[in-house]
Unconditional design. Structure first.
Length: 309
């Protein structure tokens, strides 16, 4: 591969990791540039053996001289840089595969894409034994798995996406990511897993995912309340919002069951709704009360809008 070919491929990757992709949440412009530069150099430096310096020089010209030392660190350093490098190699390769075959028409494309996702999970697994010190790297791994799984969902590869989303949420459950600080992220993964089941027409699976999320939020609330120092209003607010998000999803599935003629598993007190009929206002009110028992009017309205979407 000559310099012109390298430059052309680097510029293609820049379109993926550059300004078009925008900043990740909480990421500074400098951090975004480092991520982009790292992706370019790791992909075309480590995957294409023997081309490291050509890629470094190209990235240096495209992204500026001040990134040069950071590039060298990612390409040659151990520890965290190696982990991030391993992530970025596979993430970049996934995006390149997707760029060439956006609908996964080729079985080979899908197999290669899934293989990269499996490699990411393997990297994350090695970090779990020391999660107290590596939880931020595990968190980054869940971000990558989530984004790459969304591309699978976009083209109805739901079973495959559920596997990796499930792994991501398990990593959040058994590490320091189980704290309130990361609760919104964990709930977002649960909601996406539920959506994947819904896309498959598997209502039971979707409900189970949401119920698992509700259980974990409740356990976290109880843990916070058992602490000698009472949880702050901000903490309680985050927990309440997350609980309501999950309950809104359960409400939507309850309405879906009514529309499809299948009775709901959690009817109102003593008055199970009749399947196969259009829900009446009283029925919807009963469902709201049973699925969102502690939520206020705002969350009730959101639940109704979610069910109608």
């Amino acid at each position: 591969m000559n310099q012109a070919e390298i430059l052309q491929e680097v510029e293609g990757i820049l379109k993926i990791f550059g300004k078009e992709a925008g900043l990740k949440k909480g990421e500074t412009v400098s951090e975004a540039e480092e991520r982009q530069c790292g992706a370019i150099c790791v992909l075309l430096g480590l995957v294409r053996e023997g081309k490291e310096m050509a890629v470094v020089k190209t990235a240096r010209r495209l992204l500026g001289k001040r990134k040069y030392e950071w590039v060298l660190k990612v390409m040659g350093c151990g520890g965290e840089a190696t982990v991030e490098g391993a992530y970025l190699v596979n993430v970049a390769e996934c995006y390149l595969l997707y760029q060439k075959d956006r609908y996964f028409h080729s079985r080979e494309t899908l197999v290669s894409y899934l293989a990269r996702l499996h490699t990411i999970t393997t990297t994350m697994t090695t970090l779990l034994d020391d999660d107290e010190h590596t939880y931020h790297l595990i968190y980054n791994g869940t971000l990558y798995l989530f984004e790459l799984s969304r591309l699978l969902l976009k083209h109805s590869f739901t079973k495959e996406a559920i596997i990796f989303l499930g792994f991501a949420v398990q990593c959040c459950e058994c590490t320091m990511l189980a704290q309130v600080k990361y609760l919104k992220w964990r709930v977002r993964i649960f909601l996406t897993i539920s959506l994947a089941y819904e896309m498959m027409g598997n209502v039971e699976g979707g409900v189970a995912a949401l119920q698992k999320g509700v259980q974990e939020v409740q356990e976290l609330l109880e843990l916070e309340q058992s602490d000698p120092v009472p949880p702050s209003q901000e903490t309680l607010g985050v927990i309440d919002d997350c609980m309501a998000e999950l309950q809104c999803g359960l409400f939507k599935f309850s309405v879906t069951r009514l529309d499809s003629g299948k009775p709901d598993d959690s009817p109102a007190k003593g008055k199970p709704p009749t399947g196969g009929t259009t829900p009446t206002p009283d029925t919807l009110k009963a469902l709201l009360t049973s699925t969102l028992p502690t939520a206020g009017p705002a969350h009730h309205l959101k639940a109704l809008l979610t069910a109608l979407s």
